[in-house]
Design a protein around this ligand. Structure first.
Ligand code: TNX
Length: 767
C-alpha cells in the first residue's frame, strides 16, 4: 500500500514537472466561437486531485455537468467545496459576478487554476460547455480512458450571445419522437449553447400531449392508420372506423422530466398548441371542436387545404382551449406559449351560423379578423397567467395583442411588417427550415424540397433586412425541423447536424467574427465527438455541385464544392477514382459522357460521388422559339435550357427547368437545317405536393419551313395520384423523316384539387 502511494506520488511529481503544452490557435475548436478570446502559451492539467471550489452554490449544476464527464471518461471523482476561501493551486473556481448579464461568462485558465465567473446558472453552464470543448475529445467517451492528458490551454475568454432566442423546433406531431430522443437533443443543444426547445406538440396528424381533462386527445388524437410505406402526400384518407396504431404521446410526467432536464442545461421549453388550424387530430378526438361537429379520422399524411379547424363561434371551444392552456401552463413553467395560427383555411367559418353570429355580435368584418378575435382571447388567457404569446406570422393579418411575439416563417417581408408594428420577432425563414435538402436531392434522403446547405445556414444574418432602429426587436432565430419526411431519430439527426452547429454560431457569435473556412476547421476537429455520441450527422457539405454552360459553342462544366479544404477530383466514364483528375479549370465536354466527381482530402474521398450524365444529341445548343412563354419564376438557363445537355433534377429550383403554370406549353426547336429525325425524348417532372403534374398529353409535329407542320405524334400520360417527386422521359419515334422545325405542345393536366397545375420540362433531346 505504502509502495503504491509512493508510485502514485512519483507519477504525480513527474506529470507536474512535465513541460506545459503550448496550444496553437488551430487546435482550438470552439463552436460557437466566443466573443473575445486571448490564447496563452501554457496549459492547465486536470487530475484526480483537482479541487472544485464553488463560491456560489448556483454554479452546482454547471460544475456537476463536467464532473460527470470526468467521472466516466477519466475516472476522477470530484466533490464540490463550497467556500469563500479559495485555494489557488490545481483548482476550478466558480465565482459570482453580478455585473455580468444573464448569459454572460468569463473563463480564465492559468497553469495553476481555472476561474469562471457568471451572474447565474446560464452563464456558469456556458462557461462549462466552453471548458468541455477545450478538453480533449476523449472527455465524451463512455469508459475510462487511460492514456489521455486532460489538459486545456491557458487563455482568457469573455463571452456572451448576440441573440437571446437560440432555438430548435422539433415537430413531434407529424412523426412522434420518444422522450429519450428529446433528452439527447437537449444535451446537444446545450453543448452548442442553444437555449430554447420549441415542441410542436399538435398537428393534423397527431396530438402528442396528455391533457387530463380531455383524455381522448391522446387516446384518439395521438394515433393514426399506419401508412408509413407510402409518400406523405400520397396517403389515403382514413375512415373513423379504421384501426389506428401508429403514433405516441408524452405523459405529463414525461413533460415534467423533459422540462426539468432542459432547465438543468439552461434551456427553456416552449410548447406549441396550434390554434385554430392544424388540429384535425383534436377534432378527431372531440368533433364538437369543429364547425360541422362531424366525426373525422386522424389523417396519416398531408392535408391541404386545412379546412377542419376549431369553430370560432362556439363558446364550448373557448372553454376547451382555456382548460387545455391551463394544464399546459402548469406543465411548462417557462415564459412563452406558442399558439400556432398558420395556414388556416377559414371556409367553414364562412358557412357556420355560430361563427357568423359571433362576427355580427362583435362587429367583426371578416374571418381573418375572427381569427384575430380568437388570438386575442387566447392572448388574454395567457397574459392573465403571466405568459407571453408567440404565433406564426399569419397572426399579423388582424389586430393582435401588442405583446405578441411573431415567429416569421414566410419570408423577411413578414418580419419587417412585424417589427414595423412594434412586435418582437423570432426569425425562422427558409434558411432555418432544416426539413429542406442540404445537398443534391439525388444524393440525399427524400426531403420536402428546397435547398439549405450548411454554408447557407452559416452565412445567415437574422437582421440583414431589418432597419437599424428596429434590429433590436429581432430576438433571435431557430431551426425548424418539420417532420413530414422524417420518420426516425437517425434521420432527424441527419437533418439537424451539422447545420445546427452553424446556426448556433450565427446566433451566438458576432457577425463580424464569422469565417466559413475557420468554422469548417473547427467543425472538423469537433466531429469526432459527434461520432462518439453516435450521431448520424450529414456529410453533404463535401458534395460536388456541377454547372454547365456553352462558351463559344463548347459545353464547359464547372465543379464546385462549399468545402474549403481538400480538392475536387473527377473521372470521365469511369467509377474508378484511382485514376481520377484533379479539377482546376472548367472541363470542356463535346460528346456524351458520365462525369463523376468527389472531394478528396489527404487522398481520402470525403463525401458521396456526384454523377452527371451528359447526353449529347442533334438539338444541342439549337435555338428554341416559345409560342407560349415560360413562367418568370422558372427561367432555367434561359432560352437554351431545353437544349443545353444538362438535365434538371428533382430539385425544381436547380435552374435547369422551364415551367408553365395553368396553361399549355408550346415551343419550336429550330434545327437550323434539314435534319433526319428518328427519336425525340422529352423530360418531364412531377411533384404533386408542390402542384407540379406531368402534362396530360404531349404532341410533336415536324416541319421543313415553319409553316406546314405534319407527322404529328401524340402521347397521353394518365394521371396517377402519387406524392413522390419523379422524373420521366417520354419517347417519340419516326422512320426516315427530315425536318428543320420541331413543334412541341404539352397539354396542362389541371391539378385534381382544382388549382393551377405546373408543367416542368427539361430537356428536349432530338436524334
Ligand atoms: C409550413 S411553417 C408549415 C408546416 C409544415 C412546413 C413544411 C409553418 C408555420 N407551417 O405545417 O410542416 O411548412 O416545411
Amino acid at each position: 500500500m505504502v509502495k503504491r502511494l509512493f508510485l502514485v506520488g512519483i507519477a504525480f511529481v513527474l506529470l507536474a514537472c512535465q513541460p506545459k503544452k503550448v496550444f496553437s490557435p488551430t487546435e482550438i475548436a470552439l463552436i460557437p466561437k466566443p466573443n473575445k478570446m486571448e490564447l496563452g502559451n501554457s496549459s492547465f492539467s486536470f487530475n484526480a486531485q483537482t479541487k472544485w471550489l464553488l463560491t456560489d452554490s448556483n454554479a452546482k449544476e454547471a460544475a456537476l455537468l463536467l464532473q460527470q464527464k470526468f467521472k466516466t471518461a477519466a475516472g476522477f471523482q470530484y466533490q464540490n467545496i463550497i467556500s469563500t476561501n479559495p485555494d489557488t493551486e490545481n483548482v476550478v473556481i466558480f465565482q459570482k459576478d453580478t455585473t455580468l448579464s444573464k448569459e454572460e461568462y468569463t473563463l480564465n485558465i492559468s497553469p495553476q487554476n481555472v476561474k469562471i465567473t457568471a451572474s447565474n446558472l446560464s452563464g456558469y453552464l456556458y462557461a462549462v460547455q466552453t471548458l468541455r470543448q477545450l478538453l480533449p475529445n476523449a472527455i465524451e467517451e463512455n469508459v475510462v480512458q487511460h492514456s489521455v492528458q486532460w489538459i486545456v490551454p491557458t487563455l482568457s475568454i469573455q463571452d456572451k450571445p448576440q441573440y437571446k432566442w437560440r432555438g430548435v423546433m422539433l415537430d413531434v406531431a407529424r412523426h412522434f419522437f420518444p422522450k429519450s430522443y428529446i433528452l439527447k437533443t437537449l444535451d446537444r443543444m446545450a453543448f452548442l449553447k442553444m437555449n430554447t426547445l420549441h415542441l410542436h406538440l399538435v398537428d393534423d396528424q397527431g396530438w402528442r400531449l396528455e391533457i387530463k381533462k380531455y383524455p381522448k386527445l391522446t387516446e384518439v388524437g395521438a394515433w393514426r392508420v399506419d401508412q408509413e410505406n407510402t409518400h406523405w402526400d400520397g396517403r389515403k384518407p382514413n375512415a373513423v372506423s379504421d384501426k389506428a396504431t401508429y403514433g405516441g404521446f408524452y405523459t405529463q410526467q414525461d413533460i415534467r422530466e423533459i422540462v426539468a432536464y432542459a432547465h438543468s442545461l439552461g434551456i427553456a421549453v416552449v410548447p406549441e398548441i396550434e390554434i385554430p388550424a392544424h388540429v384535425t387530430s383534436a377534432i378527431a378526438a372531440y368533433p364538437f371542436l369543429s364547425c360541422h361537429k362531424k366525426p373525422i379520422a386522424v389523417p396519416s399524411g398531408g392535408v391541404w387545404p386545412i379546412t377542419d379547424i376549431y369553430c370560432a363561434g362556439d363558446e364550448a371551444v373557448y372553454s376547451f382551449l382555456e382548460d387545455v392552456i391551463s394544464e399546459v401552463n402548469q406543465l411548462f413553467p417557462d415564459l412563452y406559449v406558442h399558439i400556432g395560427g398558420d395556414e388556416a383555411t377559414r371556409t367553414e367559418w364562412e358557412k357556420c351560423p355560430a361563427c357568423q353570429k359571433r362576427m355580427k355580435q362583435k362587429h367583426i368584418e371578416n374571418t381573418a379578423h375572427l381569427q384575430g378575435y380568437m388570438v386575442s382571447r387566447i392572448g388574454k388567457m395567457l397574459s392573465d397567467n403571466n405568459k407571453k404569446l408567440i404565433g406564426w406570422d399569419e397572426i399579423l393579418e388582424s389586430d393582435i395583442p401588442a405583446q405578441a411575439i411573431i415567429m416569421s416563417w414566410r419570408g423577411e417581408g413578414e418580419a419587417l411588417k412585424a417589427v414595423q408594428k412594434g412586435h418582437q420577432v423570432i426569425m425562422t425563414p427558409n434558411t432555418c427550415y432544416f426539413d429542406q435538402y442540404q445537398g443534391l436531392p439525388k444524393l440525399e434522403p427524400l426531403a420536402i424540397g428546397g435547398y439549405v446547405p450548411l454554408k447557407k445556414v452559416y452565412q445567415y444574418d437574422p437582421t440583414l433586412q431589418i432597419p437599424d432602429d428596429k434590429k433590436s426587436l429581432v430576438i433571435g432565430a431557430q431551426a425548424n425541423l418539420w417532420s413530414e419526411y422524417i420518420p426516425s431519430e437517425s434521420h432527424s439527426e441527419y437533418m439537424l447536424y451539422p447545420r445546427l452547429l452553424a446556426l448556433s454560431e450565427v446566433l451566438w457569435s458576432a457577425q463580424s467574427e464569422r469565417n466559413w473556412d475557420d468554422f469548417i476547421r473547427r467543425l472538423q476537429l469537433q466531429l469526432p465527438r459527434w461520432q462518439i455520441w453516435q450521431v448520424n450527422y450529414s456529410k453533404s457539405m463535401y458534395q460536388v455541385v456541377s454547372s454547365a454552360s456553352f462558351v463559344n459553342g463548347k459545353l464547359q462544366v464547372e465543379l464546385h464544392t462549399d468545402y474549403p479544404r481538400g480538392e475536387i477530383r473527377y473521372t470521365i466514364n469511369s467509377p474508378d477514382f484511382s485514376s481520377s483528375h484533379k479539377y482546376t479549370n472548367p472541363i470542356t465536354i463535346d460528346s456524351s459522357v458520365v462525369l463523376r466527381s468527389a472531394v478528396f482530402e489527404n487522398e481520402i474521398m470525403q463525401g458521396a460521388v456526384s454523377i452527371d450524365t451528359l447526353t449529347f444529341h442533334k438539338a444541342v445548343n439549337k435555338p428554341v422559339h416559345f409560342q407560349v412563354p415560360y413562367h418568370k419564376n422558372y427561367q432555367g438557363q434561359g432560352e437554351t435550357t431545353l437544349t443545353n445537355v444538362v438535365r434538371g433534377t428533382t430539385n425544381f429550383h436547380d435552374k435547369q427547368w422551364l415551367a408553365w403554370l395553368g396553361n399549355d406549353a408550346q415551343f419550336t426547336v429550330d434545327m437550323q437545317q434539314l435534319t433526319p429525325i428518328k427519336h425525340i425524348r422529352i423530360g418531364i417532372m412531377q411533384n404533386q405536393g408542390q402542384g407540379i403534374y406531368y402534362p396530360a398529353k404531349i404532341k410533336i409535329s415536324l416541319s421543313k419551313d415553319a409553316n406546314v407542320f405534319s407527322d404529328e405524334k401524340v402521347i397521353e400520360i394518365p394521371y396517377i395520384r402519387d406524392g413522390f417527386p419523379r422524373l420521366k422521359d417520354v419517347d417519340f419515334y419516326w422512320e426516315d423523316i427530315q425536318a428543320q422545325f420541331v413543334r412541341i405542345e404539352c397539354i396542362n393536366s389541371k391539378a385534381p384539387n382544382g388549382g393551377d397545375a405546373w408543367i416542368f420540362l427539361d430537356e428536349v433531346q432530338i436524334n
